[in-house]
Design a protein around this ligand. Structure first.
Ligand SMILES: Cc1ncc(COP(=O)(O)O)c(C=O)c1O
Length: 405
């Protein structure tokens, strides 16, 4: 038998329990609120087909060649214009094209985290970020969320405590818009406060923003990146939720010294992002298809979110300590149940009734949040949403030993 001598980093690589649990729920008849998937019914198949032909016809040689690590200049220009249309002025020199936001998380970890370095994250936060940062042995420091985003008073207290013990956090990782998993948005006032704290204590902020364009209600709030006056924010963007995850394409905008390090780190990872995908994406952006897709997605997700919120209102037991978020965009909402309910334990009942959700504790680096779950409304149909929430309501009622209506 070969005795493989893995690195200590490999030793820290653990399969995400959450992703493993989700596999159990993949039964064709199961209604899944589990994945973080866009609705494939609206994928623009013909448009992608036409853009692929255009990429070959108009820039075949470049599309099939290696591209600069920083990204295809044609794509970067289109991304700059796209962000401009979203109200965010950016410079292509501050941009790195990546193969996904998950890659951005990996590159950020590579260039910032030494073992046991403190980093600050929201509680809960994106499970893929926990995986990426944990591989590099980050010391997670968590800040609670309320309906306006992270508790900035707690943030300042934690920062002071860390600095006083000579352990300044390497960065603060935030998902300000329609957060995954909670659906919560960081308010404008809190954004100002976060930046004030960052300026006061010289902190670096990593702003992960895959969902911002999918706002279907309320006023747009500028990203921290646009509000920052000191060059201390890195903004992560991706095609995955606004267009199709199959593209595996993203981009980051940030301070030059950080982008430069990430470029070098990326060279050791994959040399460059796929040129062909980049060219297709550039044409899709240029011809307005991405903007159109965003409008279509917003329209659909607005409806689906409303259906899920209505279903929760009517089909969940009415208890003071049952709460769910009411997102203004994105793909998720967060359900908190009474403390006596463990959603991991309850998953068995759910699998039995053919409905799936993501157990909330997976989004907490310390395994807390046992009474929470994430519900996705972008993937299931409206009919499935109503049926699935009905089943969840029955399961919760049973757990609460409330008689079935
Ligand atoms: C907050 C957040 N960051 C990053 C990602 C990863 O995105 P990508 O598909 O670009 O790797 C996701 C995907 O669900 C996400 O929700």
């Amino acid at each position: 038998m070969v005795n493989f001598s893995f690195s200590s980093l490999a030793g820290r690589l653990k399969r995400s329990e959450i992703r493993e649990l989700l596999k159990l729920t993949r039964h064709p008849e199961t209604i899944s609120f589990g994945g973080g998937l866009p609705d494939p019914a609206i994928f623009p198949y013909d448009v992608v087909k036409a853009a692929s032909v255009k990429a070959i016809d108009e820039c075949g040689r470049l599309a099939l060649q290696y591209s600069p690590t920083e990204g295809e200049p044609f794509l970067k220009e289109q991304l700059r214009d796209f962000m401009g249309r979203q109200g965010v002025n950016v410079n292509t020199e501050d941009m790195l094209v990546v193969s996904s936001s998950q890659q951005s998380l990996d590159l950020i970890s590579k260039v910032f985290i030494d073992p046991r370095d403190p980093i600050i994250v929201e509680k809960p936060t994106y499970v893929g970020a926990i995986q990426a940062f944990r591989a590099f042995d980050a010391d997670f420091q968590g800040i609670e969320l309320d309906q306006d985003g992270i508790d900035t008073e707690q943030l300042e207290r934690v920062v002071i405590r860390l600095i006083d013990s000579d352990r300044k956090p390497k960065f603060v990782y935030l998902i300000p818009e329609f957060q995954n998993p909670s659906g919560i948005t960081l308010s404008f006032e809190r954004r100002k406060k976060v930046l004030e704290i960052a300026n006061k204590y010289d902190l670096f902020i990593v702003e992960d923003s895959p969902y911002a364009e999918l706002r279907y209600r309320g006023e747009r709030i500028p990203p921290l990146y646009a509000m920052d006056t000191e060059g201390r924010v890195l903004l992560m963007k991706t095609f995955s939720k606004i267009f199709c995850p199959g593209f595996r394409l993203g981009w980051v905008l940030g301070p030059k010294p950080v982008i430069e390090k990430m470029v070098i780190a990326k060279q050791g990872t994959d040399l460059c992002t796929a040129a062909f995908v980049s060219m297709v994406a550039a044409f899709l952006l240029k011809d307005g298809h991405v903007d159109r897709q965003i409008e279509i997605s917003k329209h659909l997700y607005r409806r689906k979110a409303a259906v899920m919120l209505d279903a929760l209102d009517t089909l969940m037991p009415k208890e003071d300590d049952i709460w769910w978020s009411k997102p203004d965009g994105g793909m998720f909402l967060w359900l908190r149940l009474p403390e006596c309910i463990d959603t991991l334990e309850m998953l068995n009942d759910a699998i039995g009734l053919k409905v799936a959700y993501v157990v909330g504790s997976g989004f907490f680096f310390d395994g807390s949040g046992a009474n929470t779950m994430r519900l996705n409304y972008s993937y299931p149909s409206e009919d499935q949403i109503v049926k699935g929430i009905g089943r969840l309501g029955r399961i919760v009622r049973k757990r609460l030993r409330v008689s079935v209506m």
